[in-house]
Design a binder for this molecule. Structure first.
Ligand code: BES
Ligand code: ZN
Length: 465
């Protein structure tokens, strides 16, 4: 098939610009569907979001399907234009819960454009950045090709799941079952960020995750704190003490075995840091902090990308209603997650954490664990020639070369692309640090959306060469 001419590329880019309002209107329709995957009450909305996307992909002339799984359905859309190269594009249509709802300035599923004091326009809604806005950058790029030159420069297999925010339990088996149709030259994932608003990024590693929940019980009932106080164990104190001991004064995690399989970052990763300067002021300043709490001998960028963590995500027990209640509760719970790095195993880290908690438990107290396993950290190839093509396409769009580094979040499926399909992954996204993903008032800059679409137009053209 004929390669794309410069004129064709310019026509497609011009179509993106001309169609931006219609692209935004489609994104807004998608954002209005509250596809919260972790909460069963929204299962029908998850399906509705998947169906909306499948219908939209069908308008591009793709063979689009909503594939049932034991959880939320997976959307696929494939082209068969006979192009020499074929890529898989992955994203997710599910979103995180919206609470605390009272901290939102506008309803999370009523998207709007908000202009800040500097005149920067932002799309505000749950999922605007993570990940519906990012998914639509790719879909709109495909639309621009099809509406102007009538074909895509590379063939695509689009796979959009609805369970990324709840651990991606069904995507691995799905890839396994559809290996033959889904094996392509490269997987593209749009679920990561840029270095800053001017500098595009290709992400080379992601952290893994282990999550657990533990319930501590002491007395066999709630007790009057005057009657029993001073003699009876309090499970909230027990949990607090255990948690307080997890980090030593040097910021290291004290759990025996926790660092067993951790490897130091590659030379390539260290070289990439040398070109970047992540400062406490720039990174923590905007969220109201001034002191990194990680290991004392590590760079800030290491703390948030290539070092493992232990976090309490929620902890409760006793009385939290209005006024006072003089009670010693009988039960307390904590939800924890650990971000994992190469070459840690979630099951080993979970075993170490559980053994540590058991070892710190005072007499009369019991602990029950309710958690799952998790997923491993991933590193993607940095020497695939297709990545270099993508990097120069990004550089052309943004007027600044793409930088590379690791990010600290997790995208569970990425490891499976290599393992199940045997293909490398390109992690490119247009989210910014201040997008408030997973938080109230999530936003996606209009520039991220617009130049994100244009970036994919250029990347697809470059991959065809
Ligand atoms: N888009 C994020 C992953 C991400 C966040 C990548 C920040 C790079 C930087 C993704 O949707 C996400 O939040 N994933 C979850 C996965 C978990 C629930 C298994 C995460 O990282 O918490
Ligand atoms: Zn995401």
């Amino acid at each position: 098939m004929a390669a794309l001419s410069r004129t064709d590329l310019d026509r497609v880019l011009a179509a993106v610009d001309a169609d931006l309002d219609a692209s935004l209107a489609r994104l807004f329709d998608f954002l209005r569907i509250p596809s919260i995957s972790t909460d069963r009450a929204y299962a029908a909305d998850c399906r509705r979001a998947g169906q909306w996307l499948a219908d939209d992909l069908a308008t591009l002339g793709l063979v689009a399907k909503l594939n049932d799984t034991p959880g939320h359905p997976i959307v696929t859309g494939t082209s068969s234009g006979g192009a020499e190269r074929r890529v898989l594009f992955y994203g997710h249509y599910d979103v995180q819960p919206v609470d605390p709802l009272d901290l939102w300035d506008s309803p999370p599923f009523e998207p709007r454009i908000v202009e800040n004091a500097e005149g920067v326009k932002r799309i505000v809604a749950r999922g605007s950045s993570d990940d519906k806005g990012q998914v639509m950058t790719f879909v709109e790029a495909c639309r621009a090709y099809i509406s102007t030159i009538g074909r895509l420069p590379v063939d695509v297999a689009i796979v959009i799941e609805g369970e990324e925010e709840s651990g991606s339990a069904n995507i691995g088996p799905f890839l396994e079952a559809h290996k033959n149709e889904l094996k392509t030259d490269l997987a593209l994932v749009c679920d990561t960020g840029m270095w800053d608003a001017q500098t595009p990024a290709i992400i080379l590693s992601l952290r893994g995750l282990m999550h657990d929940e533990f319930v501590v019980r002491c007395a066999d009932r709630d007790l009057h704190s005057g009657y029993y106080g001073g003699a009876a164990a309090n499970p909230l104190h027990v949990i607090s003490k255990i948690i307080a001991g997890v980090h030593g004064p040097d910021g290291r995690i004290t759990i025996p075995g926790f660092y067993d399989d951790v490897v130091e970052p590659s030379d390539h990763m260290r070289d990439s840091w040398a070109k970047l300067d992540l400062t406490t002021e720039n990174f923590l300043g905007p969220v109201g902090l001034s002191h990194p709490i990680g290991e004392k001998d590590r760079l800030l960028i290491e703390m948030v990308s290539t070092r493992p963590t232990f976090e309490v995500n929620g902890m409760w027990g006793g009385y939290i209603g209005e006024g006072a209640k003089t009670v010693i509760p009988s039960i307390a719970t904590a939800k924890i997650t650990c971000r994992l790095v190469a070459d840690q195993y979630p099951a080993h880290v979970r075993d170490c954490v559980r053994a540590y908690i058991r070892s710190k438990l005072p007499p009369d107290c019991t602990v029950e664990f309710l958690g799952g396993e998790g997923n491993r950290a991933v590193a993607v190839a940095h020497d695939n020639p297709l990545l270099a093509k993508a990097a120069s396409a990004l550089g052309e769009e943004w007027g600044a070369p793409a930088v590379t580094y690791g990010e600290g979040g997790s995208i569970p499926v990425v490891g499976q692309f290599k393992k199940v399909l045997g293909q490398d992954t390109l992690l490119v996204g247009f989210a910014l640090d201040d997008d408030r993903i997973h938080s109230p008032n999530e936003k996606y800059d209009l520039t991220s959306f617009h130049k994100g679409i244009r970036s994919w137009v250029r990347i697809l053209a470059a991959l065809a060469e």
